[in-house]
Design a protein around this ligand. Sequence first.
Ligand code: SF4
Length: 324
Amino acid sequence: MRAFDYLRAQTEGEALAAAGQDGAAFIAGGTDLMPLWKAGVAAPGLLIDIGRLPLAEVTARDGGLVFGATARLADIADHPEVRRRHPAIAQAIEASASGQVRNMATLGGALLQRTRCVYFRSGITPCEKLEPGSGCAAVAGENRLHAIFGGGPSCVATHASDLAVALVALDAQVRLRSLAGERVLPLTALYLPAGESPARETVLVPGEMIVAVEVPDAGGRSLYLKIRDRASFEFAVVSVAVALEVADGRVQSVRLAAGGVGTMPWRLRASEAALTGAEAGEAVFRAAAGLAADGAQPLAHNGFKIELLKRTVLRALVQAGDQT
Ligand code: SF4
């Protein structure tokens, strides 16, 4: 193992000052970084432990919820106001990993977790994320679990986070901070499509960190559905988060996001457009679900995701519609 330095940050300013150094990496829960490190895929030169910074609060305010970057996933899912206002968040977390992992994993780590692409995690096959210019082993290799949206010849890896999908459907915003100041972005704007810049996955710049995520209150119901190869401790083959508001029998607002299909959490805009203002009911839901794969570019082994995505969207809409 390569030698590294360790800094237990006592203040946010100390963490941010150190974060601009080459090879610096933040750690809090460590549930993604440590396996990557053991596999030789990650090798930080400076580990900045932010686990003791006061960023772990889950706060319910008038108008929305605020989660600190180091809030544990289990604490978010267990919060009664999360479960009441945005059940999709708790459902997405409870469908993730294992109880032990959720007790350690943090919000920031969940949003920035690296892809589960087996070639990337092996560290021994060509991978544009690990070595730009080396090529992508998945494009012509085993790609059953890879992306049908947002990829390209340089990378087709899916984004792994369940929670990010639910938060995108809920119009969450992410608060970023560096020594230069603070900025707030829609969560969708945090991610870069892997097909364009495989080695650069987010808009975060060196020395910048996530400090919080804010989720606005909304009418209606939210729901997260996950389809996977086994019932627990497994990543999504396809997942769908829906936030649906129906009044007087019509869809007032709807947001749909999908996981397991895109190189980043993927909004299903064509389906949303077909639903907005329409009469709520299975016929309309079915027609909208039929548009869910608009623009998809399946690979040799993952064409099945198109039909699976449509069916998952339909199921999510019907279930959410029944609850509104
Ligand atoms: Fe690497 Fe992306 Fe290709 Fe996987 S899909 S091998 S992460 S470049």
